[in-house]
Design a protein around this ligand. Structure first.
Ligand code: FER
Length: 294
């Protein structure tokens, strides 16, 4: 009953301001964090998320594609780096949003992914990549108003992503088409999706990131049913979560499993932060620098 009331409150909060729910520590009484050795937190440099004068800027364009699994025309935002050149080939990062968001959340709700990427490009800290920000709610009505009621639609997004969006991106942008040039990461529900879909489709994604991953995250044994296969095929499993975020248990139980089984896995505990874009911007800043480099 308590959980029901809490869920209802989250739905209301989500509908009211179309923001990610604020999830304080200890809201999930039954869900204990697993004791783990966190990887060291190193603060991002000042200004990593601030627009910088005098550097080249990328562009963000809204694309539309036909979704076979949903049966509608769907939208995604695509960040193209400075001097995007169709004669070159780029890797692709699929960057997913949370329960209160859509294809605009990263751009409009404080994620500044274009600014973070522009700065990383200017400092030559990232491999050549484009960033695709889809709508992860695979339903005919994919508006933010779905709130918690659309959790099932988030679970269906892999069909649309793999069956329709990736082919569209590969047809319309100058990108590599193999798993070693494809990454998936996201915040909260999008973090759960990234872990589920990324580890569940290692032939499609070599790099996987979960930022403050939500309770849609599958159990570790489901995510990694074959330890040796994951060790061989996954090139990066990287997570971050705020120390004051009540959803830490999703990340900590996966980290504990990986440590026990010897699967390389990073989990950084962002000090003092809850369920918010401070953590997610830090996630993108770090994850983007680690992918497509090995
Ligand atoms: C939940 C609490 C939070 C849940 C999902 C969320 C599916 C997602 C939060 C977000 O995306 O910000 O119990 O269950």
């Amino acid at each position: 009953m308590k959980k029901l009331l809490f869920t209802a409150a989250l739905v209301l909060a989500t509908a009211a301001n179309a923001q990610e729910p604020n999830i304080p520590m200890g809201m999930f009484g039954g869900q204990q964090n697993t004791n783990v050795n966190f990887d060291p937190y190193v603060a991002a440099p000042q200004g990593f998320d601030k627009e910088r004068a005098g550097i080249e800027k990328g562009t963000v364009k809204l694309i539309e594609y036909q979704s076979e699994s949903v049966g509608t025309t769907r939208k995604a935002n695509v960040y193209l780096p400075p001097k995007y050149d169709a004669k070159k080939k780029y890797s692709v990062l699929y960057l997913l949003h949370g329960i209160g968001g859509d294809e605009w959340e990263w751009m409009n709700d404080g994620g500044v992914p274009n600014i973070i990427m522009d700065n990383l490009y200017a400092d030559k800290k990232v491999a050549d990549m484009i960033v695709v920000m889809p709508n992860g709610r695979a339903a005919k009505n994919d508006s933010r108003s779905g709130g918690m009621g659309s959790a099932a639609a988030f679970g269906e997004f892999d069909k649309d992503l793999i069956g329709s969006l990736i082919p569209y991106i590969e047809k319309n942008f100058s990108v590599y088409t193999d798993k070693d040039h494809r990454a998936i990461a996201g915040l909260s529900m999008g973090g759960g999706q990234s872990l589920n879909f990324g580890l569940g489709n290692m032939d499609k994604f070599a790099y996987v990131g979960g930022f403050s991953s939500a309770p849609n995250t599958a159990q570790p044994q489901q995510l990694i049913p074959d330890v040796e296969k994951t060790k061989k095929e996954n090139k990066l499993l990287w997570m971050v979560c705020g120390s004051a975020d009540g959803l830490m248990f999703n990340s900590s139980r996966l980290k504990a499993f990986c440590d026990e089984k010897g699967v390389p896995c990073t989990l950084i505990q962002y000090p003092g932060e809850g369920h918010n874009f401070v953590v997610w911007k830090y996630g993108l800043y770090n994850f983007a620098q680690l992918i497509f480099k090995k």
